[in-house]
Design a protein around this ligand. Structure first.
Ligand code: RUQ
Ligand code: CUA
Ligand code: CA
Length: 629
């Protein structure tokens, strides 16, 4: 395995490539130095051909469409980003836990219907985006994502690419790992609360001994809590299986310590396996308790419970990934150079106490330093990120199992340098039965020297790797703003989006209900309704005009402006900004959006359209006349 520096210093003079170009070539065809071709001196021609090949693969020409949608978590920026793959072009941003000035997320009443009108959180920290499934295949309906910062889970409608539900998870802190039930369908959103807390958490007790955390299930259809399971230790990442019966989660803090050293004391922590069937049965039979004023059923999965098994694995494990053939849960060792492979069809016996905990482990391959996450190509290979080594390790699962059984094999197929310190990686369709082994995205936490410098805060580097052949080939560097943790790729034909809103879209159901009370039809209305000190201004928009270009209110009135965009032509979105009132929102074709604010000091305030909609977009506006109260 050649290191990047070796490659650089061995850049063949006679190749005629300049050093700068050579670095570029290294980036484009990083696999050249890896196992397989390792040591071979490339001719100028073959080198150029490799570069060209990589460029062709990733190039999506002007006007051409990508093959995959990629959904990237926005980390502590709180949003979800939509990219096209393989071009890695950013297509859209979906505000979720953040406030978005352009679309008015966090400002409009429709977004507050989702966030909660009493919501005070302006931030979020989303890590794990996952797409709803039917029989182990993406159904393209919803994407779910966690908020570690404020203990929430959001659902995004993929038909309009907007957040439609947010659930606050009670009795726990910091939702981290999140996965969906794959089979028979996504009935549950499973999510890990990472940190242990005392119960009740009211200041009467701060001790760690009396603290615990819980594994949570949300009903994916209603986004109501289904149940919670108390666990030993803490919970990090998780995945579900392809029978619908089991899910598994890593725990790095079996020590239940509050210090860094403390969490590293044990050589082994564990993977906790949940028996979803048994939990459901107990809840159904009323064998549960509730905590505090929450009504969510809680079962106790600690110790020798019938609901859980704690399989010891080394050490502070992190990612937990189910192979797309449904056979294995793979836990990534983080502080151990290994991955632990758990055979899922042994779990029935484990829960029936016919075998020992470690009997479920069928391989523990040594891969390199800092294994964090594993993904799959659907051809029996796994790809594990090595954070400390700054590499992706491709390894063969069947060979690793043979090796564990004493037959020496070269289960490591290739190690590819990535730049630098990768966290998650994700192969196309890898979380479903359709894993197609075409693309691998590696989310590298450090970009160091890979991009133009932009001050002390660096972008991350989401690298695209072609895994369609025997060898991994690095084909693209993609700078990303803080801080994608993970992404998910789905074929473009697996999602059907709307080009304009349906007039009965549920997102503006409450605007419609209010209009009906006021005797107003949203589609035709340009009227002002006064109701005490509340004023409701109903207006339409058709490019380049609002139906109402002037309205009067009094200082201190609570004003709600409802705009219904009557344009029905694709791509003609309008905006509504009330100057000096902190008001901004998007109104896309056939959408209704509304915003409530307090009228300022007497005088004239212009409002205007903020999304470029017409040659006369600049002229699209009106005046709010505020009178003395
Ligand atoms: S975690 S870098 Cu939040 Cu997904 Cu592993
Ligand atoms: Cu309407 Cu710009
Ligand atoms: Ca530990």
């Amino acid at each position: 395995m050649k290191k990047r520096e070796e490659l650089e210093s061995s850049a063949p003079e006679e190749s005629g490539l300049s050093r700068r170009k050579f670095l570029g070539a290294t980036a484009l065809a990083g696999a050249v130095g890896a196992t397989g071709l390792g040591g071979a001196v490339m001719t100028r021609e073959s080198w150029a051909a490799a570069v060209k090949d990589a460029q062709n693969k990733v190039h999506v020409g002007p006007g051409e469409l990508d093959e995959y949608y990629g959904f990237w978590s926005g980390g502590h920026q709180g949003e979800v980003r939509v990219l096209g793959v393989p071009s890695m072009r950013e297509l859209m941003r979906i505000p979720v836990f953040n406030v978005d000035s352009a679309t008015g997320w966090g400002i409009t009443n429709e977004s507050k219907d989702v966030l909660g009108h009493d919501n005070t959180y302006l931030n979020g920290d989303c890590h794990h985006p996952h797409i709803s499934m039917e029989d182990g295949r993406y159904d393209g309906k919803y994407l779910f994502i966690n908020d570690k910062a404020n203990t929430r889970v959001a659902r995004i409608r993929l038909d309009i690419m907007k957040t439609d539900k947010i659930t606050h998870i009670p009795n726990v802190q910091a939702i981290h790992g999140l996965r969906l039930q794959k089979v028979p369908r996504t009935k549950y959103v499973f999510c890990n609360a990472e940190f242990v807390i005392p119960h009740p958490n009211d200041g009467s007790d701060y001790s760690l001994e009396n603290s615990y955390t819980m594994w949570n299930a949300i009903d994916a259809d209603t986004m109501e809590m289904a149940w919670q399971v108390i666990v030993d230790g803490n919970l990090d990442n998780m995945d579900a299986d392809y029978t619908g019966k089991y899910a598994a989660s890593t725990c790095y803090n079996s020590e239940k310590s509050a210090t860094l050293e403390g969490t590293m004391r044990n050589d082994r922590d564990w993977v906790v396996v949940f028996n979803v069937e048994r939990i459901e049965a107990a809840v159904k039979a009323g064998k549960f308790k509730t905590i505090g004023d929450s009504e969510v059923p809680v079962v106790d999965g600690r110790g020798d419970s019938e609901f859980t098994r704690y399989i010891p694995v080394p050490k502070n494990p992190h990612g937990l990934n189910t192979s797309p053939d449904g056979k294995y849960f793979i836990a990534n060792g983080k502080l151990s150079p290994t991955c632990s492979v758990i055979q899922i069809d042994k779990l029935d016996d484990l829960f029936d106490d016919k075998i020992e905990l470690r009997d479920t482990i069928v391989a523990e391959p040594e891969l390199g330093l800092g294994p964090l996450h594993t993904t799959f190509d659907g051809r029996g290979n796994a790809y594990t990120t090595l954070f400390i080594d700054s590499q992706v390790c491709k390894w063969n699962i069947a060979d690793a199992i043979k090796d564990y059984n004493g037959e020496k094999t070269n289960y490591i197929r290739q190690k590819l340098d990535v730049h630098y310190q990768p966290g998650h990686n994700h192969a196309s369709l890898t979380e479903s039965r359709d894993a197609d082994g075409k693309w691998l995205v590696v989310l590298s936490k450090f970009s160091k020297d890979r991009f133009l410098p932009v001050g002390p805060l660096h972008p991350e580097n989401d690298q695209l790797i072609d895994i369609s052949g025997e060898e991994m080939k690095l084909v693209h560097d993609g700078p990303a703003f803080a801080e994608p943790h993970d992404c998910i790729l789905i074929r473009r034909d697996q999602i059907k989006t709307k080009k304009i809103y349906d007039r009965d879209d549920p997102s503006f159901a409450s605007a419609r209900a209010q209009a009906e009370k006021d005797g107003i039809t949203l589609e035709g209305a340009n009227e002002v309704v006064r109701d005490g000190n509340k004023v409701r201004v109903y207006m339409t928009s058709v490019a380049p005009q609002y139906g109402t270009t002037e309205f009067k209110v009094k200082e201190g009135d609570e004003v709600t402006v409802y705009v219904t965009n009557l344009d029905s032509i694709e791509d003609v979105s309008h905006g509504f900004v009330m100057v000096n009132h902190g008001v901004s929102m998007e109104i896309s074709p056939q959408q209704t959006a509304s915003v409530t604010f307090t009228a300022g000091k007497p005088g004239v305030y212009w409002y205007y359209c903020s999304w470029f909609c017409h040659a006369l977009h600049m002229e699209m506006g009106g005046r709010m006349l505020v009178e003395k109260a």
